[in-house]
Design a binder for this molecule. Sequence first.
Ligand SMILES: [Zn+2]
Length: 316
Amino acid sequence: MSILSAAHFHNEEAAYEFVEARVWPNGRICPHCGTVDHSGKLNGKSTRIGVYKCYDCRKPFTVKVGTIFEASHVKLHIWLQAIFLLSSSKKGISSNQLHRTLSVTLKTAWFMSHRIREAMRSGDSAPMGGAGGIVEADETFIGHDRTKKPRGQKKGRGYAHKHKVLTLVERGGKARSVVVDDLRAKTLVPILQENIHRETRVMTDEAGQYYYLHEQFPEHGFVRHGAGEYVSQLDPSVHTNTIEGYFSIFKRGMKGVYQHCSKEHLHRYLAEYDFRYSNRVALGVDDEDRAERALRGIVGKRLTYRTTNRQVSAHG
Ligand SMILES: [Zn+2]
């Protein structure tokens, strides 16, 4: 049977039940007073789907309160379709595509996809790696940072005008990316220290900012890309090929699917790529599992945007 034929993608009541089972796995929680399992379903012709009344504080609520779905008029089963599409498309899916596929306005599609990215954002800040673990660290450049004025150089030359991204990928594990202002050691090294266990074998290229990295990470290994070395001849486990693979998907997606991205929103796109990478098939997560994991991230991620139509249309 097609995944898309599941009832929660088509039937609004089924969609509520699907979300409720995941947001309230241990009993229905009143978002107003916190009472668990002391509420009843409001039935009746005029009642909206999924409304409960708390017997303690007497207030009504639905499962949407406190989630990315709150204050959205889009039907919940349409939300579930959008989450599935964004979770299962390896390089992402544009707002234009969502707009056409889901029959929502372009503006709504844009808001929805950014809220879903927020749901995908991992709250995990625990250090990566550890004894025996390997984390690759590298930077990439993407798009055009319009907040930076070109300093005399010709357009399209150099990297000063591009957005800078630092990514950490644990071999056989997750990815974590951050937008950075520059690539100096004093910017990058503290981020590595915060996000990686000291005992981890950290792999980088030979860039100058990592020259003294063995002071923070005694097991630091590096390859000399400048000399055409992609795998260390002395130790074949020393390379950054995993992270190159991550960047290749990210760049193809950003270029082919999203096309434009301002610095303000770049971290959300990174959260999306990190999420899919960290929940990939090679780690035993299929498309349905991945959509479920995105759905679990909806709680406490309510977002409000103040933006203009002009901005909306500028972002794929
Ligand atoms: Zn209550």
